[in-house]
Design a protein around this ligand. Structure first.
Ligand code: GLP
Length: 261
């Protein structure tokens, strides 16, 4: 796992955008895994700016979102499908229908989850998966206790996650859905490159477990320690509990520019 500590979200956005731009240059029909949440916004801003300048294009690319609430009406602004459209998809040049997500409206949820797995598989798998992390160590919506081999399925959100996300629902905990569909940890692990972004003090504990803790379903993101190409992009605040922070800084600063992440 490569840990990159940078001093601001914009710098994190640029490093992640560099690797996505280079992927799309090599493979214009690349498949991207897209995360919602505030953490990846700097990446999407940077990619939208580069796309406007003609530096990168998503015309041939496809996208799969990580997760979706169950039970929100499809027009609700917090439906992750609508969120990803407004923060990223509508700002770049994806072909119509090129970005899809798990169907939180489905009446047959197991069938919808199986269809989502099949769609990812038929697209050739995900080349690069963008991830945030919850304060309880979840990735996607794989809450503590999730099977480390899980595939797309329904999950019950923890109270902690619902409290964390209440800020998007006018601070009304009761308005936050109780269930979601999420790519499983096994689904996420099948992506070829994982790029996780986290900033701020409230992520420091989850980052400490992710990078330096034992692999455990209690901190689901720790499964990433088993991934052959996982990159963790964090700021100083999120890095503050890392024992080897100086080593990670030194390693990244001595890397040749051409190498990327
Ligand atoms: C939600 C999403 C996750 C995201 C997490 C962190 O729970 N399902 O994919 O990583 O929030 O969000 P933020 O980046 O806003 O802290």
């Amino acid at each position: 796992m490569e840990v990159v500590i940078l001093n601001d979200p914009a710098a994190i956005g640029r490093v992640a955008a560099d690797t996505i731009e280079s992927l799309l240059t090599r493979k214009p029909d690349a498949v991207l895994g897209l995360a919602t949440g505030s953490s990846p916004l700097a990446i999407y801003d940077e990619l939208a700016a580069r796309c406007a300048k003609g530096q990168v294009s998503f015309r041939g690319a496809r996208g799969f979102t990580l997760d979706e609430y169950v039970g929100l009406p499809p027009e609700h602004p917090e439906c992750y499908r609508n969120v990803i459209d407004s923060v990223f998809v509508s700002r770049v040049d994806f072909a119509p229908g090129a970005v899809v997500g798990p169907d939180g409206q489905a009446t047959d949820i197991p069938a919808a989850c199986a269809a989502y797995e099949e769609a990812i598989h038929s697209a050739g798998g995900i080349d690069l998966q963008i991830l945030g992390i919850g304060t309880d160590g979840h990735i996607g919506f794989n809450e503590p206790g999730s099977s480390l081999a899980s595939r797309t399925r329904i999950k019950t959100l923890t109270r902690q996650t619902r409290m964390d996300n209440a800020r998007f629902f006018d601070d009304n905990l009761n308005a936050v859905p109780t269930h979601c569909l999420t790519q499983g940890l096994g689904t996420i692990m099948a992506a070829r490159h994982l790029v996780l972004v986290a900033t701020g003090h409230n992520k420091a504990e989850a980052i400490h477990h992710l990078v330096e803790g034992p692999v455990s379903a209690m901190w689901p993101a720790t499964i990433m320690q088993h991934h052959p190409h996982a990159t963790v992009l964090i700021d100083d605040a999120a890095a503050r509990r890392l024992q080897l922070a100086d080593y990670y800084r030194e390693t990244y600063s001595s890397k040749p520019d051409w190498q990327g992440i």
